[in-house]
Design a protein around this ligand. Structure first.
Ligand SMILES: Nc1ncnc2c1ncn2[C@@H]1O[C@H](COP(=O)(O)OP(=O)(O)OP(=O)(O)O)[C@@H](O)[C@H]1O
Ligand SMILES: [Mg+2]
Length: 473
């Protein structure tokens, strides 16, 4: 049962970290990275500085040793040797005796024994030496060179100069680094806070948008940055939502409006019949009520069809639909009033090869939905035509083109798009027996769009032609 306490501890830390504000986390991460960078650069700086100072000392003692070797070789060593920079010098002869030394330097005991001197000469580099045994309270940097006649020259300088410089630099860094870190962390905190301010403003703005205050927009910051584009995108989304909401509201109110008149009519007929039962033609009443009920049923069906189209955003099914079969079958029920014209399979050999199935016009989609498209268009045409309605189907490139033409009054150009809107009727004054709620063309357009096609109305002079284009499968 007892979970690993280490694991639990880690989880708790992760949880704590996630609960912290973005500002805190960003500042903490920035400061941690900064602290690491400062620490590393301080470390490197001390190292480089130390190395540089050491090289300087080594150069100086080498130079002094060289000068002394030259003098020794020439036999011109002064009795009292001095150096302007306080470098210690000892010249030792072949027998191991100190022949010359700078003032203040031991004249009896060489800084290095014979064997060490030989080793140091062989190494060809400076080395460290504890000065304590020779009465020098420092660590020394020592260089040994050989001269003529078995002589050796030892040059030395206290290493403490370097130590002092390094410790001074170290002190500066120990105090300066945390100070700089605190300063930079503070700056990060302020800058990140400033950067996040527009987001806080967005959040406040979003909080203020209520259901009642519809056309509220989020505050857009002036700077053209990411937050700016976020705010504009969100505002666009709000506008779209508002539009959809308005559409939905008007749809509901239009639908309620459309429902009211058949319901009122049913109610009136029943009230009259029940109020004066004597001599009442019940059959007539029932017929009237039935007609209104049918209108209600159609309205409900149309609304449902639109709701489904809205919901799906595509055709209900995706199966091959043979329009050349569907169109005549659908038109059949209208009898003589509708003429169907479908160019038969091409008789030319070239065309025949191209289309071996013989004029089949197949699109992908839902046969029921596409049937409803034709029914809605033919219903409209029949309502306005004076003679016949012509339905034609042909292919044009990669499209199937279905047209429904009547010779009625047509629709004036400016209204030809508007009639596709929901609940739009141009002859709104007409009696309720003719036509429905004005949903027919809306269903047509949305179905055709869902099938990847397009529909428009054009002048057939006289009359109107509805043209539906659907991509062939
Ligand atoms: N062939 C046409 N000729 C003249 N006007 C037309 C024709 N088709 C449609 N319209 C006009 O466009 C309007 C909208 O047509 P739509 O099919 O959307 O609605 P509706 O036929 O009135 O009602 P519904 O189709 O819901 O029964 C119609 O009210 C009518 O005024
Ligand atoms: Mg209609």
């Amino acid at each position: 049962m007892a979970a690993d306490p280490l694991l639990q501890g880690t989880r708790r830390t992760v949880g704590w970290w996630r609960r912290k504000s973005l500002r805190f986390r960003l500042t903490a991460v920035a400061s941690a990275v900064l602290a690491f960078a400062l620490f590393v650069s301080a470390y490197v700086m001390i190292g480089v500085l130390g190395q540089a100072l050491l090289t300087t000392i080594d150069d100086v003692i080498y130079q002094r040793a060289r000068d002394t070797v030259s003098l020794a070789d020439a036999g011109r060593l002064p009795d009292e040797m001095t150096t302007p920079d306080g470098t210690l010098l000892q010249v030792i002869d072949g027998a191991g005796r100190i022949t010359h030394a700078t003032t203040g330097t031991d004249r009896l005991v060489p800084l290095l024994g014979a064997r060490e001197r030989a080793a140091a000469i062989a190494r060809g580099r400076a080395r460290f030496l504890d000065g304590e045994p020779y009465g020098i309270p420092h660590v020394l940097r020592v260089r040994v060179l050989s001269a003529d006649r078995g002589q050796t020259v030892i040059a030395a300088r206290p290493f403490s100069e370097v130590e002092t410089s390094l410790s001074t630099a170290g002190h500066v860094l120990i105090i300066g680094t945390p100070l700089l870190l605190v300063l930079l962390a503070g700056a990060s905190w302020v800058i990140i806070g400033r950067t996040l301010r527009p987001i806080a403003a967005l959040r406040r703005g979003a909080g203020e948008i209520t259901d009642t205050a519809r056309s509220r927009r989020l505050p857009v910051p002036e700077a053209r940055d990411e937050v700016h584009s976020l705010a504009t995108t969100l505002n666009d989304m709000l506008a779209r939502l508002e539009e959809a909401d308005a559409r939905q509201r008007s749809l509901v109110s239009d639908a309620a409006h459309e429902l009211r008149s058949p319901l009122a009519s049913i109610r009136l007929q029943l009230e009259v019949a029940l109020g004066h039962p004597e001599g009442q033609e019940w059959r007539e009443t029932a017929e009237g009520v039935l007609e209104d009920t049918m209108r209600l049923a159609r309205l409900a069906e149309d609304l449902l069809a639109l709701a489904r189209l809205d919901e799906r955003g595509g055709p209900g099914r995706r199966e091959p639909v043979e329009l050349d079969q569907l169109v005549p079958q659908t038109a059949e029920r209208y009898g003589e009033a509708v003429t169907v014209r479908i160019p038969g399979p091409a008789s030319g050999p070239g065309e025949g090869q191209k289309n071996p199935e013989g004029g089949a016009v197949v699109v992908t989609g839902d046969a029921l939905d596409l049937g409803r498209v034709l029914v809605n268009l033919v219903d409209n045409a029949l309502r306005h035509t004076t003679a016949q309605v012509m339905v034609e189907l042909r292919t044009e490139g990669a499209d199937a083109v279905l047209t429904v033409t009547d010779d009625g009054p047509g629709i004036p150009e400016p209204d030809r798009e508007r009639v596709f809107d929901r609940f739009t009727r141009l002859d709104s004054a007409r009696s309720r027996d003719e036509g429905g709620a004005g949903l027919g063309l809306a269903i047509v357009r949305e179905t055709v769009n869902a099938h990847g096609g397009a529909v428009h109305l054009e002048d057939a002079s006289p009359g109107l032609r509805a043209v539906v284009r659907l991509p062939l499968s």
